[in-house]
Write a protein that binds this ligand. Structure first.
Ligand code: PLP
Length: 414
């Protein structure tokens, strides 16, 4: 045996086997909770999952049919340009004008493997080592990791339930330093469901323009808003921002298409070109057939999402009411997306079935074991003391799952 093959994985320190950059990334907590719940379910346990951020509906028929047709046509068995099918890029530009009132050229669009890749590539395209990104918390778990992977430094600004989980310009300003390059803006928000009003959105946009900051705005939940609430697109209302604004969006949440993996970036041409170059070496184009499906989705009307929104709205009201009935739980009513983010600080340290969970990681583990209900602890979103529950699951499961929580948590004692 030569020397090269002598080293075994166990004899070498992990720190030297995996790069520091990638070794520092933690597993996606939301996917981990979902995987654990699915594994328990597969083992025959009646687990109810509030973990995953995906609609329970099938993808609408007309979208699936477009994909089936594409599968039969050899034209769609090939590579597309790395940045996406030209007709899809044109349709994304048209959809952005229709839904946001923001006019862009197809050359400002890059089609990505879901919103996740869009976020990763956007940060990679604009951050240099040490650049700071202001990240309102609670934040979706992927943002800080993709910022760090790009060499950037996430700087958290926390908003709690007392302000509906929305940060103010004053808070953002207090976090700004000379290294700040970008501010992240997510409305409607994952994990809180918070939606910024038009005037709040404008105030943040004006502040960013005043200080020459970039904005990465994630609009993936744009169509999931309830009651009279509307979502506002930052570059539509603040045109001065367009030269330093990157929009992230995709079909996953609006059209129940999480598995198809189609998202996109809209931004200034130079940045989109740079991100396209990166993607051309990393993954090339998004699956051709998936692009055809996305084209059908965004070229159609919004009837399917209106139907899903109605179901989500009904579930939202049910879950807020039922969680509000539990002592120690404070559950603000979210205005968008499909998550609730209750504070459970009143339950920490109490005795439940012989255990005293001191943080929400421990509480979520106890809930999974004792009630067979999967929820995501607030630690995953930068704010311990909260749980995230997705209400994108069937009505019956939702009621059964929250009833189990009510029963278990009613046992909490000092
Ligand atoms: C706020 C937000 N942005 C982007 C995404 C990415 O979605 P996908 O990569 O499935 O398109 C998600 C998914 O959970 C999300 O919650």
């Amino acid at each position: 045996m030569g020397r090269m093959s002598a080293a075994t994985p166990s004899s070498e320190p992990t720190a030297r086997r995996v790069s520091a950059r990638v070794g520092s990334i933690s597993e996606s907590a939301t996917l981990a909770v979902d995987a654990k719940a699915k594994a328990l379910k597969a083992a025959g346990r009646p687990v109810i999952g509030f973990g995953a951020g995906e609609p329970d509906f099938p993808t609408p028929d007309y979208i699936v049919e477009a994909a089936v047709e594409a599968c039969k046509n050899p034209k769609y068995h090939r590579y597309t340009p790395a940045g996406g099918l030209p007709e899809l890029k044109a349709a994304i530009a048209a959809k952005t004008l229709r839904d946001s009132g923001y006019e862009v050229d197809p050359s400002q669009v890059l089609v990505t493997n879901g919103g996740k890749q869009a976020i990763y590539e956007a940060f990679a395209a604009i951050l240099d080592p040490g650049d700071e990104v202001i990240v309102p918390a609670p934040y979706w778990t992927t943002y800080p990791e993709s910022i760090r992977l790009a060499g950037g430094v996430p700087v958290e600004v926390v908003a709690d339930e007392s302000t509906g989980y929305r940060v103010t310009v004053e808070q953002l300003e207090a976090a700004r330093t000379e290294r700040t390059k970008v501010v992240l803006f997510v409305s409607p928000s994952n994990p809180t469901g918070a939606v910024y009003s038009e005037s709040e959105t404008e105030a943040i946009g004006h502040w960013a323009v005043e200080h020459g900051l970039w904005v990465l705005t994630d609009e993936i939940y744009e169509h999931l808003v309830y009651g009279d609430v509307t979502s506002t697109s930052l570059p539509a209302v603040i045109p001065e921002l367009r030269e330093r604004c990157i929009v992230v969006n995709g079909v996953a949440k609006t059209y129940a298409m999480t598995g198809w993996r189609v998202g996109w970036i809209i931004g200034p041409k130079d940045v989109v070109k740079a991100a396209t170059n990166l993607q051309s070496h990393a993954t090339s184009n998004v699956a051709n057939v998936s692009q055809v499906a996305a084209l059908a989705a965004i070229s159609g009307d919004l009837a399917a999402v209106a139907e899903m929104r109605e179901a989500f709205d009904r579930r939202r009201r049910t879950i807020v009411r039922m969680l509000g009935e539990i002592d120690g739980v404070v559950c603000p009513e979210p205005e968008g997306a499909f998550y609730v983010y209750p504070s459970v600080k009143g339950l920490l340290g109490k005795e439940i079935r012989g255990r005293r969970p001191e943080d929400t990681v421990e509480l979520a583990a106890l809930i999974l074991e004792e009630a067979e209900v999967a929820v995501v602890p607030g630690e995953a979103f930068g704010t311990p003391g909260y749980l995230r529950l997705s209400y994108a699951l069937g009505d019956e499961d939702l009621v059964e799952g929250v009833s189990r929580l009510q029963k278990l948590l009613a046992e909490a004692r000092d």
